[in-house]
Design a binder for this molecule. Sequence first.
Ligand code: ATP
Ligand code: ZN
Length: 226
Amino acid sequence: NTPVRDRLRIAIQKSGRLAEPARALLASCGLSWRESRDRLFCYGESLPIDLLLVRDDDIPGLIADGVCDLGIVGRNVLLEQDGGRSGNGRPSVYREWRALGFGGCRLALAVPDSWDWQGPEQLAGKRIATSYPALLSRWLEEQGIAADVVLLSGSVEIAPRLGQAEAICDLVSSGATLTANQLKPVMTLLESEAVLAGPSTEFDPVRGELADLLLRRLDGALRIRH
Ligand code: ATP
Ligand code: ZN
């Protein structure tokens, strides 16, 4: 039961790759804010649209719980958490509203340089380290491959050198991190970028009107950028 609010609240990353571009994009839509002293909250001044500054991983949950109305987050995070939800038999409560054209990367499967890559069958019986267990498990299932998914929250690329796994599934942009760890990308599981995420249900009229206004300005800003 969501309390009625007459302001729109958008969750964005507090610090990290998406933090600055997300704020810049929203500023280009004519939004301006006054930031709270603890840097958690930005109060919208030009429009009743506020920002909540959080860890990117928390954004899908904040939308699902109705704490925030919209969020700017990597498609990788959104789909990973969505997969988790449908895996638990819960319906998906948010969806991708717009692709935003920054934060581009891909979720890739990488194996040691020394492997002579023949195809996914080679992963059968192997351990694959990842921070994206839902997306990796679903892909393995689609490929009909039984492999062990080793869940790591960070530094996935060093797992093969540590003997924790034979292969990894991780985000890649330039590929330099893989190369530095004697790994090579062999398959792309997902093309990702920052997206505007919102609920799959409709807002009440007040926030609905604010969201429509924001989307119109956003579409204008995105057209100018491309
Ligand atoms: P937080 O402290 O908010 O949890 P984080 O360390 O999880 O931060 P970042 O490393 O800032 O997150 O990455 C945020 C998003 O940027 C990723 O989820 C992804 O969508 C995108 N991204 C783009 N390029 C890369 C890359 N090379 N490696 C990781 N993420 C990337
Ligand atoms: Zn994160």
